[in-house]
Design a binder for this molecule. Structure first.
Ligand code: G4P
Length: 272
């Protein structure tokens, strides 16, 4: 990571404003705490991306949380292309002192993998986007995309590495898909999602998966029984009608990530 980190530190020297993307469903887990040190002295904005998948009430509470920390927050679905005005207005708030200068504000986008950085840059830049990419002869980096007469964006986002020393943070990142699925136990993720859903979004989860079964035997685990029911409904069975836990776990995780269960957030500011 040191090479990526060094490249980002070089890029940061060029900008006035850091636009940090995090996942609206887990805004703290989805940040790298080093960003405060890396971006010291820069104007800051935070984008709660994938807000289309997050619990609206939780997102509003997070907006308040970041405002109190002096960081301008914007909720976002980066796949849409209608947020340029909100961004430009936000930049004016975040860069009040810097805006009166003779050149545009220069900004860069940072965030952990899969949070939506490329989607965001492409949507914001629209058709005017400078095409860099992996084409031969196109040099990387330090190309400025003009967003507005007062705003230029670095074409290459800074990739922050997720921090998940803490198991709970790792689990949230796994749920939203920010850690490669190969390093995860899908059954644990699905088990976590169902337990969390039962405790916090019972109606949404029961609407999708049916009621949580009441165990006849107190040694039985209701979440495992629930998974077995879901597997039966969906035909996730192995030979001999045995539950295919891997298959049903993958489906539950995919349901969550794509919003099919509903708008669910994995953390709220009171826990912060
Ligand atoms: P990155 O550069 O930070 O690594 O992320 P990237 O833009 O590649 O986005 C990662 C995935 O998240 C993409 O989905 C993208 O479409 C999706 N995404 C980005 N922003 C939003 C958002 O606000 N809401 C929702 N619901 N999804 C968002 P993908 O399935 O990996 O790719 P694709 O099939 O959509 O292209």
């Amino acid at each position: 990571m040191t090479k990526a980190r060094r490249a980002m530190q070089e890029d940061l020297k060029l900008v006035d404003l850091v636009m940090e993307l995090t996942d609206a469903r887990a805004p703290l887990a989805g940040r790298n705490p080093d960003i405060d040190k890396l971006a010291a002295g820069k104007a800051r904005m935070i984008f709660l991306n994938k807000a289309d998948l997050a619990d609206d009430q939780a997102t509003l509470a997070w907006m308040d949380y970041f405002r109190k920390k002096g960081i301008t927050p914007i909720r976002l679905d980066a796949r849409k292309t209608n947020f340029k005005k909100a961004v430009v207005d936000g930049v004016k708030i975040a860069c009040q002192e810097k805006i009166e200068r003779d050149r545009p504000i220069r900004a860069m986008v940072v965030g952990i993998p899969n949070v939506g950085k490329s989607t965001f840059i492409n949507s914001l830049a629209g058709k005017t986007a400078a095409k860099t990419g992996n084409k031969p002869g196109v040099t990387r980096g330090n190309q400025w995309i003009k967003i507005d007469k007062q705003l230029e964006l670095l074409d290459t986002p800074g990739i922050l590495w997720p921090k998940f020393d803490d198991e709970a943070i790792g689990m949230k990142l796994a749920c939203v898909g920010s850690i490669s699925d190969e390093v995860l136990n899908m059954q644990e993720i699905a088990y976590h999602l169902l337990s969390y859903g039962k405790a916090n979004y019972n109606q949404l989860f029961e609407a999708r998966y049916g009621a949580v079964p009441q165990p006849d035997d107190e040694r039985d685990n209701e979440i495992v029984l629930w998974m077995e029911n879901i597997a039966r409904q969906r035909g996730c069975l192995k030979r001999g009608a045995e539950t295919d836990f891997d298959k049903v776990s993958a489906q539950i995780t995919d349901d969550f990530r794509s919003g099919r269960i509903g708008k669910v957030s994995l953390e709220v500011p009171e826990q912060a």
